[in-house]
Every structure is written in structure tokens, then in C-alpha cells.
Design a protein around this ligand. Structure first.
Ligand code: AMP
Length: 311
């Protein structure tokens, strides 16, 4: 069993109120892969340039991520993104995007990547996501993420692609923008009408909400005293959520299982924001993941005791 992710592999420059990094490993596929690596072997599909070296590969290899389908484009430069956060870490400004080798990217999947049990189509052009989806015909569970760029420039293609996946994982505001429904519950219903049976709305520091055939489930973000850099939190959430699904190859992917997947997504995302870029997740241990899942369960559970209510 394995997981395949197709998405950006990047160098990021990030400034937050707590510090800055000029060039660090990032990209949606990288953040996802490191988080999902706690559950299964992850195959990363994406392009890099000559500036992507052994040091970067080593971060992925150290977590057992399979890098065979990372395409090295000779003479090219790796995708570069620069972003800035203010005191409200839910708001970020993109200052620069240099597509570089990502601009000409046509995903090439090896037999191993194509035969994955679970697939994550990270944020890339929706026609390409559909191409990858078609190649991974054996996959049991396919999830997709996207962003405002594609909602605004390729909405029809994105909706067609959403029709081919089991699960849509999108930021709350983007889900409402995509469906043109200002109310989240209606937005999720609309998106489910297009095909996927699971919708997850990521709500940044406020947590995540899930809609399935069997109903609704919500979790807050894990309460942290130190948040340094939220970049990649969404992808780490997806990595924890989808990784948990991948770790359960037998049996039905019912609502209860997906609620537990939400908990792992929440925990992986919470560790990611504790340091810049991939730095925290790269040194994370499986014991730390388990401990925080237990803590999350404790703080989100309450025991109902009837009270005499006044009319
Ligand atoms: P997240 O914070 O989970 O939304 O993802 C952040 C990652 O997305 C960063 O590491 C960036 O390198 C990457 N990223 C930013 N803009 C784009 C884009 N237009 N396409 C693909 N990946 C991007």
C-alpha cells in the first residue's frame, strides 16, 4: 500500500512577526509528504531544478519518502514562493511567485506512483490534476486541494476535476468562493453535489470542519502558545488526514474513521506551525504525534449531564 502526492516542490521565503527565512524547503507536496510519512510510504511527484540538492532530498529520505518520481529538470530552477504574515496569522500576503520548472510541469508517474492506494492531488492546475486522477485508476481514495488562483482562472475545469475525486479539502473561504455560497454548510452541500462524498473545510487557526453522507464533524485547532509560521499547515493537515486513511486499507471509510483522520490532520498541522517551514515536522517523532492526539481527544470531549432547564 502507498500514497502518491502530486504538487509543488519549492523554495519558500517567509516573513512572520516572529522571524524570517530567505530560502527554505517547502511546497505543497513536500509538506504533505512529510506529514503523511508517519502512516505509509509516500511517492512524491513534482519538478525541481538544478538548485535542488542533496540536502533537500535528504529531508524527504530521512522520513522514508520515495523521491524516484521527483523530476529534475536540467538547467531549470525550482518553484519559488515568497509570503508574509502579519499579527493575524490566518491572513497571508503572497509577495512573489516564480513558477520556474513548475510552469512547464506535466506529471510523469511511474508504475509505483500510478498504483497507489491513496492519492493526494495537491494544489496544481486542475487539468493536470484530472490527468493524474485518470492515471491512478486503482486508487481507493483520491483527495484534492486547490486555491483561489484556479477558482478564479479555471473554475469549470476545477469543478470537473472535483467530480472525479472522493474528497475535497479546501480552505473555508475558498470553498465558499468556489461554490458561490456564503454559508459554509450550504457550500459543502453544493460541493458534494458535484461528486465527492467527503468535504473538508480548513479554517486555519480555528480548526477544520468535515461533511460526509453521515453528517458533520468539527475540530478546533490544537491550542498552542507558540506559533511561528503557518506555511504548509493546510498540506500537513491533508497529510495527516489522508495518511490515516492510507493506514486503514481494509474495511469501510466510514464517518467514524474519517473523524479520527481529522484528529491526525489537526495534530500534524499543529506541529507544523511551531517552527519555520518543514523544520518541526522533519524532527517530529511518532510518540509526539500519538501524545497530542490523546490530548486533542481529551480537550474536545465533554460529558453531557442533563440540567433542569427553565421554560
Ligand atoms: P499551505 O500553507 O498549506 O497553503 O501551503 C504552502 C505551500 O504552498 C508553500 O510551501 C508554497 O511553496 C506552496 N505554494 C504557494 N503558492 C503556490 C502555487 N501557486 N502553486 C503551488 N504551490 C504553491
Amino acid at each position: 500500500m502507498s500514497v502518491t502526492v502530486v504538487g509543488s516542490i519549492a523554495f519558500d521565503a517567509v516573513m512572520t512577526p516572529f522571524g524570517a527565512r530567505e530560502r527554505m524547503l517547502g511546497g505543497s507536496a513536500v509538506h504533505f509528504a512529510l506529514a503523511a510519512s508517519f502512516f505509509d510510504t509516500v511517492h512524491v511527484v513534482g519538478p525541481v531544478g538544478d538548485d535542488f540538492g542533496e540536502q533537500e532530498y535528504a529531508v524527504l529520505r530521512a522520513r522514508g519518502v520515495n523521491v524516484d518520481d521527483i523530476e529534475h529538470v536540467r538547467g531549470g530552477r525550482t518553484f519559488f514562493w515568497r509570503g508574509e504574515y502579519g499579527w493575524d496569522l490566518n491572513e497571508r500576503r503572497t509577495l512573489d511567485t516564480q513558477l520556474n520548472v513548475f510552469g512547464e510541469f506535466r506529471p510523469k508517474l511511474s508504475e509505483h506512483s500510478r498504483s497507489a492506494d491513496v492519492v493526494f492531488l495537491a494544489n496544481i492546475q486542475p487539468d493536470l490534476q484530472r490527468e493524474v486522477r485518470a492515471q491512478c485508476s486503482a486508487a481507493r481514495f483520491v483527495a484534492l486541494d486547490s486555491m483561489n488562483l484556479w477558482i478564479e482562472t479555471a473554475r469549470d475545469s476545477l469543478i470537473e476535476t472535483i467530480g472525479c475525486v472522493d474528497c475535497l479539502i479546501l480552505n473555508d473561504a475558498e470553498l465558499r468562493e468556489l461554490t458561490r455560497e456564503p454559508n459554509l454548510v450550504r457550500a459543502a452541500r453544493r460541493a458534494r453535489d458535484w461528486g465527492p462524498r467527503v468535504i473538508v473545510a480548513k479554517q486555519g487557526a480555528y480548526g477544520a470542519a468535515m461533511f460526509t453522507d453521515e453528517g458533520f464533524f468539527g475540530l478546533p485547532a490544537f491550542p498552542l502558545e507558540t506559533v511561528i509560521d503557518p506555511t504548509g499547515a493546510g498540506d500537513c493537515f491533508a497529510g495527516g488526514f489522508i495518511g490515516y486513511v492510507a493506514a486503514h486499507p481494509d474495511g469501510e471509510l466510514d464517518h467514524e474513521l474519517l473523524c479520527r483522520a481529522m484528529a491526525y490532520g489537526t495534530v500534524l498541522a499543529s506541529y507544523n506551525v511551531e517552527d519555520f517551514g518543514v523544520e518541526r515536522v522533519a524532527r517530529l517523532t511518532s510518540d509526539e504525534v500519538s501524545e497530542r492526539v490523546t490530548d486533542l481527544q481529551r480537550i474536545t470531549r465533554f460529558i453531557e449531564k442533563p440540567v433542569a432547564l427553565r421554560n
